[in-house]
Design a protein around this ligand. Structure first.
Ligand code: 3SL
Length: 235
């Protein structure tokens, strides 16, 4: 049986990753939720970049460029990391370039893997089905916050683990057992459970409650973004 494990931060990636892993990158609040939303609304490609300077170099016709640091839109950019920036007719067929504090960094770190897919609560169910069918070893990479563990990515990882362990995968790491147990504790009221989480508090201070509510509502879209070289497209 294939294996599934959870890595809580990009900094720990090397401790868990083996060359045969399909890596699933999660940043519930908000990078991977924004990316899933963009594809749901007809965006053709998302180019994740590490630095604000790199993002700036794409500020020309044909690209919709977003930059977020510490939850806020970086000066000089029209949008940041809100899923609401990537909805509606004006994003259809566009290429989005995005740099965020942790999520795009995690995608870049994961890019050594043979397959990298993007998950969030928004596309949970379709990712579970895909991974069950693929029957490959899976490493779930949580983006965390600046090297620290976070609750919302862990709950999402635990939801994936819980379903896959029932049907198609095994696991051996304590991080995986921990993520599953946290999910089982939180699942009946994950919105309430996450009330005290650090990033929820951070975003609430920035008046981003609407984003939080949207990102914590599971199964809103059937899209699965996959990394092809340096950009994401739909599977
Ligand atoms: O860290 C990230 O990549 C972001 O998702 C953080 S925020 O939600 O935009 O603040």
């Amino acid at each position: 049986m294939p294996n599934i494990e959870v890595c809580f931060t990009p900094e720990q990636f090397g401790l868990y990753y083996t060359k045969q892993h399909t890596v699933v990158v999660i940043d519930v609040l908000r990078a991977t939720s924004a990316i899933c939303t963009a594809f749901q609304h007809g965006v053709k490609k998302v180019i994740p970049v590490s630095t604000v300077e790199e993002a700036k170099s794409y500020q020309r016709p044909g690209f919709l460029v977003g930059a977020e640091r510490n939850g806020q839109i970086v000066e000089g950019f029209d949008c940041g990391n809100s899923p609401y920036s990537y909805m509606g007719e004006n994003v259809k067929d566009k290429t989005v370039v995005l740099t965020t504090t942790n999520g795009t960094k995690a995608i870049k770190i994961a890019s050594v893997a043979p397959e990298v897919i993007i998950s969030s609560l928004l596309n949970l169910e379709v990712v579970i089905t895909y991974l069950m069918e693929q029957k490959k070893d899976v490493l779930i990479l949580c983006s965390g916050w600046m090297g620290k563990y976070n609750l919302e990515d862990t709950i999402c990882a635990g939801a994936l683990v819980d379903e896959l362990l029932k049907v198609s995968h095994t696991s051996s790491e304590d991080s995986t057992i921990g993520a599953r147990n946290l999910y089982l504790t939180a699942r009946d009221n994950s919105f309430g459970f996450l009330k005290a989480s650090s990033h929820r508090r951070r975003l609430r201070k920035l008046n981003l409650n609407k984003d939080i509510k949207y990102c914590l509502e599971p199964n809103q879209t059937p899209v699965i973004p996959v990394l092809k070289g340096d950009y994401l497209e739909l599977i």
